[in-house]
Design a protein. Structure first.
Length: 196
């Protein structure tokens, strides 16, 4: 992240997103696929690491193999295979966007961190090493089991997350950078999808 200053001198925390031009690899229409959409590809990949079926898919679009594919509905369908889609033709400074990514993985976590349980905080007599324990997890003789979906300790993070209503703070088209106000999901260097 970084920060920039607005016209009033206020500091705005921003996430820097590197947005190279994307290549149109497939145009889906109502006649051929039953809906209208545009498939875009991003990131360079080696030919030896690309499956043969995908190599043919990229050759049809007359482009080198790419790492990520994403499909966008309600997109401008005037584009043809192999055309480049740049960020400055899609986004404007000040408009609202959504960011989709895989959140940071945090490993196996307890209920206090994972589900925001309060813990007992020494509020009970005679408790030893029970400050962050989950407490009772089941009922009595009926149903005689732990109910499905009970909030317990487990793996946290590493899920698809969509952040809504993020503002485009600044565009730097010559460097292929978008500065988005606030935080977006994912670790440094991860792939994200930005949509209006």
């Amino acid at each position: 992240m970084t920060s920039i200053f607005d016209q009033n001198g206020r500091s705005i925390a921003c996430t820097v997103v590197h947005a190279q031009p994307n290549v149109v690899t497939q145009v889906k229409t109502q006649d051929t696929d039953g809906y209208d959409a545009l498939q875009l590809a991003y990131g360079e990949a080696k030919v030896k690491n690309t499956p043969q079926s995908m190599q043919g898919h990229f050759e049809k679009a007359k482009t080198a193999p790419k790492r990520k594919l994403a499909e966008f509905r309600n997109f401008d369908l005037s584009k043809n295979l192999g055309d480049l889609v740049t960020m400055d033709e899609l986004f404007k400074e000040g408009e609202t966007v959504s960011a989709i990514g895989i959140s940071k993985g945090k490993g196996f976590q307890g209920v206090v961190k994972r589900h925001h349980f309060g813990g007992i905080m020494q509020a009970s007599h005679g408790q030893h090493n029970r400050m962050r324990a989950p407490g009772s997890i089941g009922a009595s003789s009926y149903p005689s089991k732990v109910v499905k979906g009970l909030r317990m300790a487990g793996r946290m993070g590493g899920e698809r997350v969509k952040m809504l209503n993020l503002r485009v703070a600044k565009l730097l088209p010559d460097q292929n950078l978008i500065l988005i106000k606030g935080a977006i999901p994912g670790h440094k260097g991860s792939f994200i999808i930005i949509e209006k």
